[in-house]
Ligand binder design. Structure first.
Ligand code: GLN
Ligand code: ZN
Length: 781
């Protein structure tokens, strides 16, 4: 086969954190003042060079540049277009590193996060607040939210895309720079101003992109990848027109520079026509999330368009069945000129770990079913060769791929007939409490005899250095099981005693034994696998190592009973059993791709249900099942919400309803925009829900009031994301604001979230004040 028949392979973007998390350590060292900026920049440069070389060596022809970021690619774009909010006092010129990081983290930002892949807040009373952070589409990656104003001006303020292109060029590697598209950038932006219409800023933003494209062309770029994942969202006609307008202009800015518009994370749906009619040279489509769109794209698009086929899952860790993919795309590729095709992952591989070869402890079968970024890159190359040279040219690779898929399909490590049988026999009755809330709440009131405005916490108490050290030592075998057990008991006892002493009404054991609210459970369930180095970026220097749901999930033994029992044995006050809910376990794991998410979730729900039953049998009268990530799982298109919410709520109920009426089920959700899902939250039918509200001044409760939310609620009255200790008066005010919106009998008093990221010095006075505020309100009531 001749060179001219090669089909280009693109990666769209690769993980930037380094095989050994070099980026994390370099960032943290720089932030703590231990090393100069030059060291950080040198590490970053070395990471880029290594990744370009590796892609080149593996056979990638469309190697991305500017996909690297010191913190986040959206923040890079903020800096690139000069949209630095006024409070950072930047005027013009290249945005310097300290302003860049101040936007990301605040300065003197002693920030804490919600404990998981959650959000970081530096609004801590002093210093400059960081910009807001939120989840990137439906991934667990968090980006910095652009803050714009109606009179926003823009100016090209970063040479990074050009610099990185030249940096690669100097290494002899020709790259395709990646930019975040102007429409997606604006669509993700927020403004403090009411009625803000970001798309109206497009004409002002356009010249910056035009200038940048010209500079990239001058530097020698022939292609540029412009990411417009907004094309898979619900767009209004105005936004579709904006896309037409902007790409019409951009294609003229540097006529010799070809534009590949990348769409991903779903189907183009009703934006299909917009996408295929953009006057650009290429279009990337996600054929993993939306394989069915290939047919329509192939039928409707002009044959001059270069189609980038997103065939390998950039969001998940599974090895592909390559012959099956080739079969699937055969009809379309047959009718499309091969010199107008590129092979790519569904989206940037930022969302998967770097290299499976580092995983030496995985079960050999499980390992043979996985592919991380490096392996996925090889898969892309095999696909491209199979198309260009024929399947025989890569027969061995294709056979190995099909073989792994076949073994996985029937492996006993994946399929457990007992679990499958149990899921099949789920009945509606298993998702309902015995009686309605009105009946239960009376029984519960009699059982517990709690005062009005009962006080409690969300579960975790500070994970001090000592706690973490003990856990690490135990994991390494340096601390014996007996000693670790004694250590944890001591922590639990001290915490229970202290909660009694300050007069909290409902106690917790403190979660000292838990490394993470999902991993702790995953490690004890069958069906999960864990990596040693499978880190993915959550935000900035925060990386997570999600568990992998490989097979049918079941619970062998009680997971929390032992610690709950011990805690309850210490006190006559109720101690809440503390569990993570099925939807959250699902949403914070890599989920198997051979079964519907809803089906996987049902299995997890049954496992949690078993734990709930065991806790109740052991005497627990209150059981909290956290669903911190329920809202995060919402599909990108509103039309798909109902289906998701139906099974998510059903799974929570499956997990929580096996108990008697007198047993009180609690749930907790972290800061979320609840407005649009209050009905789903009500349908969960938890007796008590605690939510994060303190920073919204209880406005969040308006939706609960409008909806006439019937069950009990603990709106957070203490912002645990800040080290600041709230005064009694402040907390009382928040309780008063909550009372204006809900009935007295409905209200609980608790912090916004768990306290694991705080220090005891902050937690102690804050909770003392919280109890005092509740007492003062009771006296007045
Ligand atoms: N129970 C957990 C805790 O207190 C809940 C954490 C969360 O919602 N992120 O830590
Ligand atoms: Zn929370």
């Amino acid at each position: 086969m001749t060179v001219s028949q090669q089909i280009p392979v693109a990666t769209l973007g690769v993980p930037r954190i380094g095989r050994r998390r070099e980026l994390k350590f370099a960032l943290e060292s720089y932030w703590s003042g231990k090393s100069p900026a030059a060291d950080l920049l040198a590490t970053a440069k070395a990471l880029r060079a290594a990744s370009w070389r590796e892609q080149h060596d593996r056979g990638v022809s469309k190697i991305p540049s500017n996909d690297f970021s010191l913190y986040d690619q959206v923040l890079d774009t903020v800096a690139m277009v000069g949209a630095v909010p006024a409070r950072y006092a930047w005027t013009d010129g290249e945005v310097p590193l300290d302003i860049y990081f101040a936007m990301a983290r605040g300065n003197q930002g002693q920030a804490a996060d919600c404990g998981h892949a959650g959000h970081e807040h530096a609004a801590n009373g002093h210093g400059l607040a960081a910009m807001e952070m939120t989840k990137w589409f439906d991934t667990n990656y968090h980006y910095i939210v652009p803050e714009l104003t109606d009179d926003q001006s823009f100016a090209l303020s970063s040479a990074k895309p050009v610099d990185h292109f030249l940096e690669a060029k100097a290494l002899g590697i020709h790259t395709r720079p990646v930019l975040l598209g102007p429409v997606t950038f604006l669509k993700l932006a927020k403004s403090p101003e009411e009625g803000f219409n970001p798309i109206a800023l497009l004409p002002r933003l356009l010249p910056v992109y035009e200038e940048l494209l010209r500079r990239l062309r001058l530097a020698g770029a022939d292609w540029v990848q412009i990411d417009e994942p907004a094309l898979v969202l619900d767009l209004i006609p105005n936004e579709q027109d904006a896309l037409q307008f902007i790409y019409c202009q951009l294609s003229k800015a540097a006529p010799e520079l070809k534009i590949m518009v990348a769409t991903y994370f779903g189907s183009l749906g009703n934006n299909l026509e917009t996408a295929i009619s953009l006057p650009v040279a290429g279009l990337h489509v996600d054929l993993v999330r939306a394989p069915e769109q290939l047919e329509a794209v192939g039928r409707l698009a002009q044959k001059e368009l270069v189609l980038s086929l997103g065939l390998i899952d950039g969001r998940n860790v599974w090895r592909a069945n390559l012959p099956a993919i080739l079969d699937r795309i055969k009809p379309i590729v047959a009718g499309w000129p091969l010199d107008r095709v590129e092979i790519a992952p569904s989206c940037s591989m930022l969302h998967v770990p770097i290299d499976l070869d580092m995983e030496t402890a995985l079960d050999a079968d499980v390992r043979s079913w996985l592919a991380f970024a490096a392996q996925k890159t090889d898969e892309l190359v095999v696909l491209a060769r199979a198309l260009a040279e024929g399947r025989d040219a890569v027969a061995a690779e294709l056979e190995a791929s099909a073989e792994a898929a076949a073994v996985r399909a029937t492996s006993a490590k994946v399929h457990d007939p007992l679990v499958e049988g149990r899921v099949a026999s789920i009945e509606v009755g298993m998702t309902r409490r015995k009686s309605a809330f009105a009946v239960r709440s009376k029984l519960q009131a009699d059982t517990f005899g709690l005062p009005s405005f009962p006080t409690t916490t969300i579960g975790s108490f500070p994970q001090t250095a000592e706690v973490r050290k003990a856990r690490a030592a135990h994991a390494k075998g340096e601390l014996s099981h007996v000693d670790y057990e004694a250590f944890l008991k001591k922590e639990i006892e001290a915490t229970v005693r202290w909660q009694e002493q300050i007069g909290l009404d409902v106690l917790v054991h403190g979660e000292f034994e838990r490394n993470d609210m999902v991993q702790y459970f995953a490690e004890q369930l069958c069906g999960f696998a864990f990596t040693q180095h499978g880190w993915v970026q959550s935000y900035g220097s925060r990386f997570v190592r999600p568990p992998i749901i490989v097979g049918d999930v079941s619970r062998q033994n009680p997971m929390t009973l032992h610690w709950w029992r011990y805690a309850q044995s210490l006190t006559p006050k109720p101690v809440k059993g503390m569990l993570t809910g099925p939807v959250t376990i699902l949403n914070w794991s890599f989920v198997r791709d051979d079964l519907a998410r809803s089906a996987v979730c049902r299995q997890v729900a049954l496992a949690v249900r078993d734990e709930v039953s065991d806790l109740e049998k052991a005497g627990a009268r209150m059981i909290q099942i956290d669903e911190a990530a329920l809202r995060e799982g919402l599909p990108l298109r509103e039309a798909d919400w109902e289906t998701y919410l139906n099974w998510a709520v059903e799974c929570f109920r499956l997990a929580s309803t096996a108990v008697g009426d007198a047993t009180q089920i609690h749930t907790h959700m972290c800061y979320s925009e609840f407005g649009d899902i209050v009905d789903a939250i009500a349908a969960m039918d938890a007796d008590v829900i605690s939510i994060e509200t303190s920073r919204s001044q209880m406005e969040l409760l308006d939706t609960f009031r409008t909806f006439k939310y019937p069950n009990e609620i603990g709106p957070g009255v203490y912002d645990i994301h800040s080290p600041r200790v709230p005064e009694v008066g402040e907390i009382s005010n928040l309780i008063m604001l909550a009372r204006e919106r809900l009935l007295d009998g409905q209200l609980w008093v608790n912090p916004d979230c768990g306290l694991k990221t705080r220090r005891w010095e902050e937690v102690r006075p804050a909770l003392v004040n919280m109890v005092a505020a509740a007492r003062a309100i009771r006296e007045k009531a």
